[in-house]
Write a protein of this length. Structure first.
Length: 151
């Protein structure tokens, strides 16, 4: 079975799909949502060059060490980053906590400062991302999260 590459940058094992969210307003950026240990192992061993700055063992250790974490992994081949959210305990409090960290990373990537002048941008982006992540982790809970904003 041949490996597949998402946008030519990140190895994704077709037998262990890793869900992702396209961030259209941020070029070709994609946020990978890892919510099983199998996905974490597949991502780590399939992309050792990307996670080299942290080390494979340290990256894999986040599953036991953290309830969730966010990574902004720089790509050496271009000026882009690989944005990864790991949710080892899929509680709504953990998901929203990590969404806030990811929103900070997304804003930083676009050059939008995190300040009192941009709290509304941050709030709407957090709401949007939370709904996306929740729907990935809990795909069969139709209507579990109300969509208050007409995206």
């Amino acid at each position: 079975m041949a490996p597949t590459y998402d946008a030519g940058r990140v190895f994704i094992n077709e037998n262990i799909p890793i869900p992702s969210i396209e961030v259209e307003w941020l070029g070709e950026s994609v946020v990978y949502i890892i919510h099983t240990k199998e996905q974490l192992d597949s991502f780590a061993f399939g992309n050792p060059a990307i996670i080299a700055p942290t080390g494979v063992d340290w990256f894999l250790g986040c599953w036991e060490r953290n309830d969730g974490t966010v990574w902004n992994l720089p790509l050496k081949i271009c000026d882009q980053s690989v944005l990864v959210m790991v949710i080892s305990k899929p509680w709504s409090t953990i998901i929203i906590h990590e969404c806030i960290h990811m929103v900070d990373e997304l804003l930083d990537c676009t050059g939008i400062p995190i300040s009192m002048e941009n709290t509304e941008t941050r709030a709407y982006l957090t709401e949007w991302l939370y709904k996306k992540v929740y729907d990935i982790i809990y795909p069969n809970e139709e209507g579990a999260i109300e969509d208050y904003v007409d995206w």
